[in-house]
Structures are given as C-alpha cells and as structure tokens.
Ligand binder design. Structure first.
Ligand code: C2O
Ligand code: CU
Length: 461
C-alpha cells in the first residue's frame, strides 16, 4: 500500500479506510506455561528452576535465578517466570526440576490444596540440585495467586524465582483486557547485576531495591484504547516494598483480593499492596501508574511518588461495558460468634547480642511450638503487631476473613490469605481450618520470615 500511496495519492485517498492498525505487541504480557494435557479439565505443566540472565538495565545483563517452561526446548528463564493458567476446578499436574545449584521448593501462594503439595519445608524436604518433584492438586478457588520457593525465600525470590498462578472464574468479569501486573523491585549495582550484600537496613525493612519493576521491566509502557475498561491483577512479589498505587485522574474499582472476587466491589483512588498480597481492579487507564510514599515504620527511605509505568491511550474508542456489581462471597465471618475461641499471636522485633530477630509469641522459627487445631472449626486470630513497623501476615492453606484492623471493620468482604498489620495495631481474623496437615504462617517480609517471624499450624482431624 505504501508504494501505491506514493504513486497514486488521489486514488488511495478515495479508497475506504483500512481497519485500525493492530496495537503494538504488549511488552507487559507474561508468557503462559504450555498445557501438556489435551483434557480441558487438566492443566499439566513442566517447570524448571534454573540460572538465567535478565537485563533489568538495558545492555547490562544480570545473572538471575528463575523459572522456565521445561516443555519447550530452549525456552529461556524469565523473571517473572511463565504464568500457570487454569480454570476453576481444573486438576493441576506440575513436573518440576531443580537445575539450580541450591535446594529449593515451589510453594503455591494462596491456593487451598493438600498439605503435601504446599511446597513449604513443613511438609516436604527441599528438592536438591538436579532433583525432581511432582505436584498434583485441584485449583478449587478462582483468583490471582503466585508461586515461589519456600527455602531461603528472601534470597531465592529476590534472585527472580516468582511467577503468577491465575485461576479463572467460570464467568469472567467483562473487561477489554485482563492483565497480570507483578510489582517488585531489585537492588542493582551500577553494572546492572543484582547486589549480593544484605545490609542492616535490608534486614530491618526487607530488602528494598533501587529499581522498580512491573513484570520484570523498569518503567515499561502499555497501550490501550480510549474508554477501555481493563482488569488488572496486582501481585506484590517484593521482599519488603509496599506499593501504594495511584493513577492521577483515575480511580480503581477493586473487585477482588487474595482469595478471589469480593462480595461487593469498592472504589478507591489509592491502593496499598503489601508483600504477598494481591488485588484486582477494574480501571479505565490514565497516563501513568505511580506508587506513593507509605509510612511503614522505622522511617523507611522511599519518598514518592515514583512512576511504575506509562500508558499510551490511542486508537478508536471502545464501547463502554455494563457496570460491574460484584458477586463473590465468603463464609468464615458468618461462623464467628461470641463463644468463638480467640487465639493470640504477637509480632515483635528483638535486637540483642544474637542480632536482629523477628518473633511470633516470643518464638523464632524454626524453634516453634506448633499451633494445634481441629479441622472444620473456626477461631478468631488476634494478631497484635507490637513493633515499630508494619508486617504483612500470611497463613498457608486456608483463607481468613478480616473482622477488624485497629478496631475498624474492613473496607470489603472477601477471602484473604495475607494481610498487612500496621505498626502497633491489632487485627482480628476469622480463621476456618480446612485441609489437614502442617501449614506455615509468617510475615511476608521475607527477611523477617527467614529470621524467625514464622510459625507452624497443625490442622488435625
Ligand atoms: Cu508467599 Cu509462605 O508464602
Ligand atoms: Cu515482618
């Protein structure tokens, strides 16, 4: 057409308009793992953890540890790794191989599954270098989850072992695009390599990097059309960084968090996401997404706002979609009564000759007394943060519901597995015990978990 245009401008000008140009390929799109099983109700994937390279800074490759799709010859290690995508109710079969020089595990953060498949060290021995592992479970809950190691997680996740796990609802919420946005940061040297020094501040706050990443990219651009309502699934995979999201001139309709769709959505201009948490929003994108300063205690040196990515809004406008009214629902709160037993967990920091340690009920992992409970029962967990900084509290293998935080009821009703507990506040959670076995609970600031702020929950028949 170009030659024609040059040669015959008058003719071409009269030709009917061509359809609008396809949008440029999306740099933020994540690669999905290949499903090896033709059965539509089974997702069978093959994942390898291996050493790779990633250019966080252009032209300056960094050695990373990451996941790759082992079913495809030559598929590279990626940070974040390839997404595991399934429909609610699918059986998931994972063949895993550890090609790293160190032992690792794969934990499916947020999924309710049999304890043996949870991938934490309370239920399995780490997979040795060259070793393999198989996991099989049903993805019973729709939502945004993620997978990552549960051995030296502070080091292994930071080096790049992290990926999304998306379970679609049978009737997906209508949106012009469905994007997974993994928020992270890395501490880079001038060479572009990952810093290997952990200083006192890294331990105290959870390592905060000097480069912000969205899906492994520093300040990318995404493209959309005017009026397009998009579904954005945020995952905070950082060791310690909180993201307080803001899009000037726009607001987010929050439709889901950790455990899936909320009973009713809510509207907000700012969305705080702590490490380990997920939030899903409907948004008509504006020009830029930024993260604002958040006071998480101990005078964290991260003034905001900082840009995360820019949006090019161009092309033909998109017809508006009907308003979304909600439809998720959870049940644990309904099971709480004045006679529900209360269990207390006090989060505390201690700095003494032994160094900086992080404690739950004055115990430091791995030297904990397991919390023994009975399946099918419900308890209220009163989690008191008795320290000068926030801690995102995570429980494996179940969802809980927020009763209140600092005495205030939650902004919405929905299932959580990770909740930020602000400095010197207490959260009350309705916890319903499900699958049998040993589960972990911990602060999702990874340096804190690995330095003691982790406990063990034994769910018995
Ligand atoms: Cu993502 Cu035990 O955690
Ligand atoms: Cu913590």
């Amino acid at each position: 057409m170009r030659h024609l245009w040059i040669a015959l401008p008058f003719v071409v000008a009269c030709v009917p308009m061509e359809p609008p140009e396809a949008l440029p390929p999306d740099p933020l799109a994540l690669v999905a793992l290949r499903d090896l099983d033709p059965d539509p109700k089974v997702v069978e994937v093959s994942i390898e953890a291996a050493i790779g390279t990633q250019e966080y800074l252009p032209g300056k490759p960094a050695e990373v540890w990451g996941y790759r799709d082992a079913s495809l010859d030559g598929s590279p290690v990626r940070v974040p790794g390839p997404t595991l995508e399934a429909n609610q109710g699918d059986t998931i079969v994972v063949h895993f191989r550890n090609a790293l020089p160190v032992p690792t595990t794969v934990h499916w953060h947020g999924l309710r599954l049999p304890a043996g498949a949870d991938g934490s060290t309370s239920t399995q021995d780490p997979i040795q270098p060259g070793g393999t592992y198989e996991a099989r479970f049903v993805a019973g809950d729709a939502g945004t989850f993620w997978y990552h190691p549960h051995v030296h997680a502070d080091e292994q996740i930071e080096r790049g072992l992290q990926a999304a796990f998306i379970v679609h609802e049978p009737e997906p919420v209508e949106a012009a695009a469905d994007r997974v946005l993994i928020l992270d940061d890395v501490k880079l040297e001038a060479t572009g390599r990952l810093s290997t020094t952990t200083d006192a501040l890294d331990v105290m706050l959870g390592r905060q990097g000097n480069v912000l990443l969205v899906n492994g990219l520093n300040h990318p651009r995404l493209s959309t059309r005017p009026g397009a309502r998009e579904r954005w699934r945020f995952i905070d995979s950082a060791n310690g960084r909180y993201f307080r999201l803001h899009m000037p001139g726009r607001s987010f309709q929050v439709i889901a968090w950790d455990g899936g769709l909320l009973e009713a959505p809510y509207q907000t201009d700012e969305l705080l996401i702590a490490p380990g948490e997920r939030y899903e929003v409907l948004v008509e994108p504006g020009a830029e997404l930024e993260t604002l300063h958040y006071d998480r205690g101990h005078e964290v040196p991260d003034p905001g706002p900082k840009a995360l990515f820019s949006v090019d809004v161009a092309g033909d406008p998109v017809a508006p979609l009907p308003a979304y009214a909600g439809g998720g629902g959870t049940a644990a709160r309904a099971l709480v009564s004045p006679s529900t037993p209360v269990r207390r967990a006090v989060l505390r920091e201690q700095d003494d000759e032994a160094g900086l340690r992080f404690l739950i009920n004055d115990q430091a992992w791995p030297f904990n007394t397991p919390v023994m409970v009975e399946t099918g029962t419900t308890e209220i967990w009163e989690v008191e943060n008795n320290s000068d900084m926030d801690h995102p509290f995570h429980i494996h293998g179940l969802f809980f519901e927020i009763l209140d935080v600092g005495g205030r009821p939650p902004i919405a009703i929905g299932a959580k597995d990770t909740l930020n507990i602000p400095q010197h506040q207490t959260a009350r959670l309705a916890v319903r015990y499900g699958a049998l076995g040993m589960w972990m609970f911990h602060c999702h600031i990874l340096e804190h978990a690995e330095r003691g702020m982790m406990g063990v929950l034994m769910v018995m028949p």
